[in-house]
Design a protein around this ligand. Structure first.
Ligand code: GLC
Length: 760
């Protein structure tokens, strides 16, 4: 990636255009905290599927020509641009955050790689792709103390240092391990935390990309791609939380979801008949497990044809859903992009006639195979195709469906991957599969989202497996086909925390594990984590042992119930976090390092997490274990089970028999809690209940109708709560939603106060 020496530079508003000997480059100041580094390798302008609209916030920019570099600074960041388009970034205090390497990569090969690959292939081993140099390669010097976070749903540990990754949305059937380079999602954003600084880097290139966080060599890390532009954003902030906020300013925050989506959800591939679904719902109530959503996997369809119902196994689905709704259940149905090739099938016929499907290089409709057999792939890059898909959702919605679950949208295909030259040509621009692959899931989710918004008029509930950066605006995600393995439970924490740091606040794993057979103990330990994860859904594959809460014995059922109920108890707190997150971009489920970045004990903490900043969860993640070491950061913490107050800044040993998931509440926390109920909204909440810990603290609680967009027009209430020397007062500070609370009650040390009035 040679640029040569700087020849000249010119400032035009917030852009500094730089002519180098061999290529042009451009620095664009987006906000005082966000600087874009760009060079045309494909197009003159950004070609982004993550950033929508003009994000520039004018700020003061100083540009000066120094002896050997151009200096560009805002109030927060300083960038020095040198020959060969090398850039170094400093914070406002002049602390070096990040420095381009002035040397190339050093491939580490001292042997005949090709001969070796041939040899191991003959033994039947998977052959890893050869490492190679890339057209676009940005190599940053490792200063030595970096920890890396983010990168979406990658496997492995919280801190990505020393590992390499690729972004190429992949549905891999093997058990996901820490050495996997790619899974279903591509979010080319990472945060670098150093002792003296923190920044984010978003490489907005949706082609296949490569990230090496110091695996190849110890003294540099790099990111790369072979197509697209050199187009990356350096994102500052005075701490990690600000970096996340700035990244989500750029790519969007997670909007407040409907309240019921935060309730417990039950799924299985598949509940195969109407009768089975109705029995499931009855069992949820019989066994007293609160539940808001039941998911219908592919078997509700006729021959796996999207937008159809199998009327033999699901007669009169409207009646089924009407009845379920009366009892507090919502139904979410799965949709896959692969549309069955079948003469006379309306989706196939309509799409074929209008030219909505991807084609091969000769313009013939491209056919591969998915669940329905031969299948074709809608061109979701075209707005018209997205609207067509969205309008077909109307039937599902009119029948009673409350959300859409998008699957297999990498897209997955059974007869080998789609060739890179498959064409998506319906829209204004023709895309190759090579370009569209990583954003296909996001575009399909946008279609699903728009359909719900248009026809349901409520806040759309979409779940997707595949996506690109920025997906949070349109969909929640789940981490795909994990397995009932202890190391997958362990991985759930860093995976969900890194998704949160990558802007995706609404995410979950298949509780209990999708593949393999769950054990009683694993199911219990998983629900203890799942009840604190933003999306709380138990899902499992056909042919695997069932994992509904009552599958095992009474003990399992009781413990399972206890944690589902705990979720409903904390549900108003979760909802508040989402309401705040829509503004700040901060995740609901957080690694400790997000709140305590100066504490070196939490840099690599994979087995504990926070919900907001008040609840610390230290679950048991190993078979047979009934005690664990817990790290409590600075401050004072209250053991949620025993109410013991414990000084932070230390490791403690906690007893955690099967029924106990260690939970600690930060002293000074006020947590709004909900009533015991079978589903969200069953019990009228006209009194605000606050569970308080410690003596001094404050909190703002949010309330709205939990369903539509009226809150954006001011139809919400906000309450400010103050706790001083143990005395709790509350006052309504915004009033816009008609069903305001009539008063409040305080729970302290297990006892509940009488109803008190809000201060005037
Ligand atoms: C995929 C999904 C899984 C689903 C199955 C059948 O494997 O990841 O969740 O159950 O397809 O639709």
């Amino acid at each position: 990636m040679m640029f040569g020496k700087i020849v000249s530079s010119k400032q035009e508003g917030n852009v500094v255009k730089i002519q180098f000997e061999k290529r042009n480059g451009r620095i664009e100041v987006i906000t005082k905290d966000i600087i874009n580094v760009f060079a045309n390798f494909e197009s003159e302008e950004h070609n982004s599927f993550a950033i929508e609209g003009n994000k520039v916030i004018p700020c003061e920019i100083k540009v000066t020509q120094e002896k050997d570099h151009i200096l560009i600074s805002t109030d927060s960041l300083t960038l020095k641009v040198y020959d060969d388009f090398k850039v170094d970034l400093y914070d406002k205090n002049g602390v070096l955050l990040c420095e381009d390497s002035r040397e190339g990569r050093r491939l580490n090969e001292t042997f005949d790689r090709e001969a070796f690959l041939e040899l191991i292939a003959s033994e039947g081993h998977d052959v890893q792709e050869e490492s190679k140099l890339h057209t676009i390669e940005v190599i940053k010097k490792m200063q030595g103390d970096e920890a890396f976070y983010g990168l979406g749903d990658k496997t492995g540990f919280l801190n990505k240092r020393s590992y390499e990754f690729e972004n190429w949305n992949s549905d891999l059937p093997q058990a996901h391990n820490e050495d996997f380079k790619a899974l279903y999602k591509s979010i080319p954003f990472f945060i670098t935390l150093r002792e003296n600084g923190v920044f984010g880097l978003f490489f907005d290139n949706h082609y296949k990309s490569y990230f090496d966080m110091g695996k190849e060599q110890l003294d540099y890390y790099y990111f790369a791609a072979d197509k697209g532009n050199l187009d990356y954003y350096m994102i500052g902030g005075s701490n990690m939380a600000e970096v996340v906020s700035n990244y989500t300013y750029l790519t969007g925050t997670t909007p407040l979801p409907q309240k019921f989506t935060l309730g417990y959800q039950q799924s299985r591939w598949s509940y195969e008949t109407r009768k089975e679904v109705e029995e499931l719902a009855a069992n949820m109530r019989k066994y007293n497990i609160p539940c808001d959503v039941i998911h219908l996997d592919i078997d509700y369809m006729k021959d796996y044809k999207v937008f159809t119902w199998n009327d033999k196994t699901f007669p009169n689905p409207k009646e089924m859903m009407d009845n379920l709704k009366e009892n507090g259940f919502k139904i979410v149905t799965i949709l896959d992009p692969g549309t069955k090739v079948e003469d006379g099938y309306f989706m196939y016929e309509e799409g074929k006639e209008k030219g909505y499907f991807a084609t091969d290089e000769n313009g013939e409709i491209y056919v591969n195979q998915v669940w329905p057999g031969d299948a074709v792939f809608p061109d979701f890059s075209s707005e018209e195709v997205r609207n067509w898909w969205a309008d077909h959702e109307k039937d599902l919605i009119d029948t009673g469906v409350s959300g859409i679950w998008n699957d297999m949208n990498e897209p997955a295909s059974f007869r080998g991957p789609l060739p890179l030259d498959v064409q998506f040509a319906h829209g204004e621009k023709t895309y190759t599969h090579e370009e569209l692959h990583n954003v296909y899931g996001s575009l399909m989710s946008k279609a699903a989202h728009d359909g719900l918004e248009k026809h349901d008029k409520k806040r759309p509930f979409v779940i997707t497996r595949a996506c690109y950066a920025g997906i949070q605006k349109y969909s929640t995600v789940w981490t795909g086909d994990n397995q009932s393995l202890w190391h997958h439970l362990q991985m759930a924490i860093p995976q969900l925390c890194n998704l949160g740091l990558s802007g995706v606040a609404f995410a979950g794993t298949d509780v209990g594990g999708f593949g393999a057979d769950v054990t009683k103990e694993l199911l219990i330990r998983w629900v203890q984590v799942g009840c604190f994860s933003p999306l709380f859904r138990n899902h499992c594959a056909k042919a695997q042992r069932r994992q509904e809460p009552w599958t095992f014995d009474e003990e399992c059922l009781d413990i399972y119930r206890k944690y589902v109920k705990l979720r409903y108890h904390f549900l108003p707190y979760f909802y508040d976090l989402f309401a705040k997150g829509e503004k700040t971009g901060l995740p609901v489920m957080r690694p400790l390092v997000l709140q305590y970045e100066k504490d070196s004990n939490v840099k690599d903490m994979n087995d504990q997490f926070l919900v907001g900043d008040s609840i610390l969860v230290a679950p048991i993640l190993e078979q047979g274990k009934t005690k664990r070491m817990v790290y409590l950061p600075q401050g004072e913490w209250v053991d949620y089970h025993t109410k013991e107050v414990i000084k932070g800044g230390q490791y403690i040993l906690k007893d955690a028999p099967l029924s106990i998931c260690p939970i600690y509440i930060k002293s000074g926390s006020v947590i709004p809690v909900g009533p015991e109920q079978n589903y969200v909204g069953e019990v009228k909440e006209d009194i605000l209940v606050l569970e308080c810990f410690g003596e001094n603290g404050s909190y703002v609680h949010y309330q709205d109708n939990g369903e539509d967009f009226a809150y954006r027009e001011g139809e919400y209430n906000a309450y400010e709560i103050t706790m001083k020397a143990g005395k709790v007062t509350a006052k309504q500070i915004h009033s816009g939603y008609e069903k305001a609370y009539k008063g409040y009650q305080v729970i302290k040390d297990g006892a509940i106060s009488s109803i008190m009035e809000f201060e005037k």
